[in-house]
Design a protein around this ligand. Structure first.
Ligand code: NAP
Length: 293
């Protein structure tokens, strides 16, 4: 019999991912802190519960996708958390982007209950979540992985097990360092073009087929041209990822100089009240620094 899946966290990413699981034929029990975000899924047949504890008591595979490490810890280990309702041999898959150090701590607690934790953060943004084309980087037990792989395949196009639990998180931090660097350099390049009076759309057309072309450029150019920064991926969440990358770098003795610089620039952007906008809003801050605003 197919396993019932618990799903906790129905934000920009979680909601479309949960919808894809229902479309693939899975039975879902769901929880979200803000209940209004659950209505569409309930209308599709999902069973709404009042706490993560109630979700874990009624499912054998439980997925979480919330904001950062403290939120994941609270949803899994906190009062009325997953750990209070979970049955032995269940599997928890955390798809949030968090500190792998927290992941390892949670894995240890769950292991004492006979429960396996996987970290399976995602890349591909809101569009990838809606289209079911996410890239999913998975850390966890190689044998149990076979049990969860079909569930992950309903949400992603590329699902790769990168190692034991924690490895998914380190892979995601690497991903976020690359995206931040690309976004920063694309923003600087486009501000230069704009101040020189060259049409940004034409710059994009001219360079997209060359070595500077790529997915970040393709995805973010409309925001630069329109000056609209609706998330997408919130700036505050990217700052959180860079903070976690820098902490990981410190704990492992890895120098991440440009990540540190971009973290400071992104943080300045948030300090100006732009943290809930799409991370491409860094373009606007560079415009200000360049006297364009
Ligand atoms: P979001 O729209 O801000 O959603 C955050 C979710 O976490 C909401 O369901 C929120 O509940 C829940 N939450 C936050 N704090 C909580 C708490 N203390 N207790 C219980 N639930 C809590 O964020 P998102 O964009 O979906 O991102 C979710 C995760 O995916 C993050 O780790 C992010 O870095 C990662 N991610 C995002 C993207 C992207 O493009 N958006 C891409 C890849 C990875 P409420 O509804 O009650 O606020």
């Amino acid at each position: 019999m197919a396993e019932t899946i618990g799903f906790i966290g129905l934000g920009i990413m979680g909601k479309p991912m949960a919808k894809n699981l229902i479309k693939a034929g899975h039975s879902l029990v769901i929880y979200n802190r803000t209940q209004s975000k659950t209505e569409e899924l309930v209308s599709m047949g999902a069973d709404l519960k009042n706490s993560p504890k109630e979700v874990s008591a009624n499912a054998s595979i439980i997925i979480t996708i919330v904001s950062d490490s403290p939120e994941v810890e609270s949803v899994i280990l906190g009062k009325n958390g997953i750990i209070e309702g979970i049955k032995e041999d269940s599997v928890v898959i955390d798809m949030s982007s968090i500190s792998p150090i927290t992941t390892l701590k949670i894995a240890k607690e769950l292991d004492q209950r006979g429960v396996s934790l996987f970290d399976a953060p995602v890349s591909g943004g809101e569009v990838g979540a809606m289209e079911g084309t996410l890239s999913i980087m998975v850390g966890g037990d190689g044998v149990i992985y076979k049990r969860i792989e079909p569930v992950l395949m309903a949400m992603g196009k590329s699902v790769v097990r990168v190692g034991e639990v924690g490895a998914g998180g380190f892979t995601k931090l690497s991903n976020q360092i690359i995206v931040a660097g690309a976004l920063q350099s694309i923003s600087e390049a486009m501000v230069l073009a704009k101040k020189a009076g060259v049409d940004m759309q034409l710059v994009y057309q001219a360079i997209k087929g060359g070595m500077a072309g790529g997915r970040t450029l393709d995805m973010k150019i409309p925001a630069f041209v329109d000056g609209k920064f609706k998330p997408g991926f919130k700036m505050d969440l990217h700052i959180k990822d860079l903070k976690n990358a820098l902490l990981a770098g410190k704990s492992l003795g890895v120098a991440l100089p440009s990540t540190g610089l971009i973290h400071e620039l992104f943080s300045a952007c948030s300090a100006q009240g732009e943290g809930q906008k799409d991370h491409s809003v860094i373009f606007q801050i560079l415009e200000q620094l360049s006297g364009l605003k």
